[in-house]
Design a binder for this molecule. Structure first.
Ligand SMILES: Cc1ncc(COP(=O)(O)O)c(C=O)c1O
Length: 367
């Protein structure tokens, strides 16, 4: 195939899927990447971030990204790296915990934990102790306290749950974690919570060991781009390996890594800055409140619970049928069977107009 034909074929394939620009994708926690991030990606597309011997500029970019994230998350000594996303970060965090506390085998996770944490435990042969949620779907702290034992390796809490956008009471959980590894999965909430006054979900928690935050979610960077931060660089030392065939030290879970992702995150952060993220966060939270308010006015519809961040569990009458009607009208929605709701992520491309458009079409579908 010649180049033109290849691109034409790919264009045709791509056009069969929806675009974020159209605004109607409300089931995804990613959003449209910035052009500058895509340019940055292309510039670094042939660079392997693993090979810091050959490509030192990628290492410098990654260090700057980490310093910036650490600043936003109040981790004056925090250190970490860019991963492929929340799943890899959560696996790597538990791997670090296992290295630091060999012999301990139990991981305490509230019921709403992301499945990647369960996968991590399974991979490492750790025993999962599930704990309950309160009536607002946040972790029940009393239950965690009861589950703690001399075999507890780690406690994982979530700051912005995948289904309902709830933030576990991390300050109280932090108080229980003096002797165990404490990981906060802020894959979704990490770029929102710093802008909610009174919320402390970051390294100001004195027992927090590690935190997942995803640039490819509310960080607005192209996929794949997650980030894992530890309280300080000593955790990375625990993970360090020295390959025989190349003069580098590596502490990442993957070997070869895309420096394109690193450059794209660097570019996105530089372009938006803290002010840009704060503006996004405020707008998304405003639109989340609007969605919740409007849903309560639609007969038969509603919300599962008032979310802490910009993900809403939307209750609909005759959910499969209603969802299917909405899908026919071009809405990118997904049904959460367990909670009998749809997960509505109010991302930056989900503007006020999109929210009101959804409500309008929902009313038409239900009439
Ligand atoms: C709270 C949370 N943790 C982890 C993940 C996994 O992230 P990824 O899909 O980037 O691996 C998600 C994904 O939605 C999430 O919401």
């Amino acid at each position: 195939m010649d180049k033109k034909e290849i691109i034409k074929k790919l264009g045709a394939m791509r056009s069969s899927d929806p675009c974020f620009g159209g605004g109607k994708i409300v089931s995804s926690v990613s959003t449209e990447p910035l052009d500058v991030a895509l340019d940055a990606w292309r510039l670094y597309s042939d660079v392997n971030a693993l090979d810091t011997y050959l490509f030192s500029s990628a290492q410098k970019l990654e260090k700057e990204v980490m310093e910036w994230l650490a600043g936003m998350l109040h981790g004056s000594h925090a250190a970490g790296y860019i991963t492929t996303g929340g799943t890899e970060s959560n696996i790597a965090a538990l791997y670090a915990a296992k290295k630091m506390y060999p012999g301990k085998r139990e991981v305490i996770v509230p019921d709403s934990v992301h499945y990647s944490v369960l996968k991590a435990a399974d991979l490492m042969g750790l025993k999962v102790k599930k704990t309950g949620l309160d009536k607002n779907f946040r972790a029940d702290v009393g239950d965690i306290e009861k589950a703690l034992s001399k075999d507890t390796l780690a406690v994982v809490a979530t700051a912005g749950t995948a289904s309902l956008g709830m933030v576990d009471p991390v300050e109280e959980i932090n108080g229980l974690c003096g002797d165990v590894f404490f990981h906060v999965d802020a894959a979704f909430g990490g770029f929102i919570l710093p802008f909610i006054v009174g919320r402390v979900t970051d390294f100001r928690l004195d027992n927090l060991d590690s935190l997942t935050i995803d640039p490819h979610k509310m960080g607005c960077a192209p996929i794949p781009a997650g980030a894992l931060l530890f309280r300080d660089a000593s955790y990375l030392k625990e993970l360090t390996v020295q390959p025989a065939y190349i003069p580098i030290t590596s502490y990442t879970l993957s070997g070869s890594r895309s420096a394109g992702a690193v450059a794209a995150v660097w570019a996105t952060i530089r372009c938006l800055g803290l002010e840009g993220y704060e503006k996004n966060a405020r707008e998304c939270l405003r639109n989340t409140s609007l969605l919740c308010r409007e849903l309560k006015k639609v007969s038969g519809a509603g919300i599962v619970t008032e979310p802490d961040v910009n993900i809403v569990g939307v209750r609909l009458p005759d959910i499969e049928k209603t969802a299917s009607e909405l899908r026919k009208r071009g809405w990118g929605i997904a049904v959460n069977k367990e909670l009998s709701c749809i997960r509505f992520a109010v991302m930056p491309h989900v503007t006020r107009e999109v929210v009101l458009g959804f409500i309008g079409e929902l009313k038409e579908v239900l009439n």
